[in-house]
Design a protein around this ligand. Sequence first.
Ligand code: ZN
Length: 391
Amino acid sequence: MSERLVVEALWTGAELLRRAALLRSSAGVITAIGAAAPEEAALPGLVCAGFVNAHTHLELSHLRGRVPGGAGSVAWVRGLFAENGPRQAGSSELRAALVEARAAGTVALLDVSNGGHTGAAIAEAGLHGVVLAECIGLSPERFAPALEAAALPTGWPSGVLRRPTAHSPVSCSPALLEVALRAAEGGPWPTIHCDEDPDDRLLLADRQGAWVGLHAALGNPLEALGRAPSGLRLLGALGLLGPRLGLVHLVAADDEDIALLAASGATAVLCPRSNLHIGGRLPPVAALVAAGVPLAIGTDSLASAPDLDLLAEAAALAAAAPGVDPRRWLEALTEGGARLLGPVAPAGLRVGARPALLHLALPPGADPLAALFDGTRWPRRWLSPPAWSAP
Ligand SMILES: [Zn+2]
């Protein structure tokens, strides 16, 4: 038995089809995608593959609304320290966040974890994911244990993998950046926080700004940091920029950074609501799009974003760059994030695949591209729910 689904709009991951018909086998495998017949009634709204949250910190879920923002990254980090930082994986707040993310249309996540242990909860929620075990430090004594822990076997189901990453050019020695960001062939890609705040540039270029005081308080030797006009240019000088890397935030990226990023093929991972909370400013969204930089979208943690709704993140980007074709946001929400997941990427909406299918209930007859990112929290439901399946 096969099922024929006729919808007003279908996002395939590459193009938007109007009045489309999707044929699925009883096992949920797509067998055909084509045009609906004129007499067929169409489901209002848009159907697409599930969204990929390309940047979260699930282990901060218990800090929702508790870390004040508005004064930049360093002040926010101090506020995080005051709340005692990450909680053990498996907390009730973490599990509730995963339920919330799934209900909002998320099929997969890239989760940055200081403990590296959040994968079991991701798998139990029925989602795909990569746990990015975050290493921080300016000396091997500080970062070696985290690197070793990231290499341990996990015992998680096959839809979730772990790999190491480095926190940021402002908190990691060049040696750590080089070892943690190496992209293994066939594995998930690393992502790294980069140029989140103007203070990042001040530190890396001139050893000035608010990071200096925090490093001093932690006893970190500034001479062990890399030196460059920006984090992005430091990664470029180290030979680490390339198409298999995601750079998170880029709020302080300038035109030269954007040109370097575009030439490298690396993905920009944008978390606009977190940026607005922490520092009150957004990355150069329109310039990144104009330069052709591949995009993915994340929420960041509940310690800096109000919820894990990726549609709200895309709406914030659309509001910041109203001239951008909304297909770019749809691409970033689906294929853009999925690329970063490598072997655990969720199935896309294509013939032969068995994707998790998400329905966004737009009003009948609405222009989906105009409505989808207008800021409305459109109701949504799974037509076929997330479940591990190879792409
Ligand atoms: Zn982050």
